[in-house]
Ligand binder design. Sequence first.
Ligand code: HAM
Length: 425
Amino acid sequence: MAIQRPKGTQDLLPGTVEQWQYLEETMRCVCREYGYDEIRTPMFEATELFQRGVGQTTDIVKKEMYTFLDKGDRSMTLRPELTASVCRAYVENKLYGQPQPIKLFYIGPMFRYERPQSGRFRQFHQFGVEVLGADQAVVDAEVISLVWDLYKRLGLTKLEVHVNSVGCPVCRPKHRVQLQEFLTTRRDGLCKDCLDRFDRNPLRILDCKNPACQAATIGAPTTRDTLCEDCSTHFEKVLAFLEAAGVVCRVNPRLVRGLDYYTKTAFEVMVEEIGAQSAICGGGRYDGLVEEIGGPPTPGFGFAMGMERILAALQVQHKLPEEKPRVFAMLIALGEKAQIEGFSLMSALRTQSIPVSMDLLNRSLKAQLKAADRQGARYALILGEQELEEKVLLIRDLTLGEQNQVPLSKAVEEIKKMYQRGVNA
Ligand code: HAM
């Protein structure tokens, strides 16, 4: 049996890769405009980083990590997310010693052992942003605005931005107790996972998608009811900044993120059209994380978005750009001598950065013209025995069906002019 790719992974083939490049370029462009620098960290880290960073009670750490022992018997984990890694890099490279805040972005693959389904993969890709070293509400709003601007630039519509405040170590324990009291008499209605969460992480019950759990939590106390003054003022300011920036969002008191490090603001963006896995972005503030992994007390705020899900949304909404032709001209050389002469012409054109391609299979004129068409070439540059004898090149405009001859010695110059006219058109 032929070997197949692992479940929940994808081969990105030509035709699709261009869509990814478009998305990545747009993301990089927005980050540049907002003054964010790129960071690249390893694909795997010490397992302890995610256990301490993401949290022992989370689904990611409990069930979804690709963990292995390396040959030196050290426990390593393929990164399931990047916030913990970025914080580790911030501490390890003493970025706290540089002018704050540090504004970073990343694009790359993450790994989670989840049940694959539409929009959910075991290797998926995130674009994310992290701001370290600033606790002001304006930071939260700037980062959410960046997300909003990116979606506007991509032309995405019908998205919902949900925001909430999940409190801090001062006010959260109070909410936890109130929530447990409320749920005590409703425990029988909870799913198996939520029964498990009841003692460990009852807040997550508010976020459970199981209809029975949703029914059991109707009227439950939300984090907002118990926010301390600091968290409450912070949240009001975030909402005011978001309004000033024109970001349309909805306060959702039931929004609880699935990772343990969040404090104060949490947010998610949803596009219902892409199905059950509708969350295209999630993030929030994490003021205790850097300290948790051994660094100095440092506030943080960030998000990550699933690139596969954004591409799915762009596809559904017909917002992906049309495929661009790959080559400007296709060189068609017939016969061995013409091929050598043509190869030299192609090298000269490539030196001038003109996208040109040549048949590598020695096919007939008809087959080569067909290939030129398939590649979206504007011109066919034909060099047969007769042309070679007369020292000319036949240039055929494949769109208009016209053709003319130019002396071989002038061919590069002529084609360069045509190419520049095309680029500037
Ligand atoms: P997260 O909510 O676990 O947060 O993931 C963020 C986004 O990654 C999700 O909204 C979704 O679009 C995408 N995603 C997650 N899992 C999968 C999967 N199995 N297949 C496809 N897409 C997926 C985080 O990862 C946090 N680190 C975000 C953050 C950054 N918070 C603060 N800074």
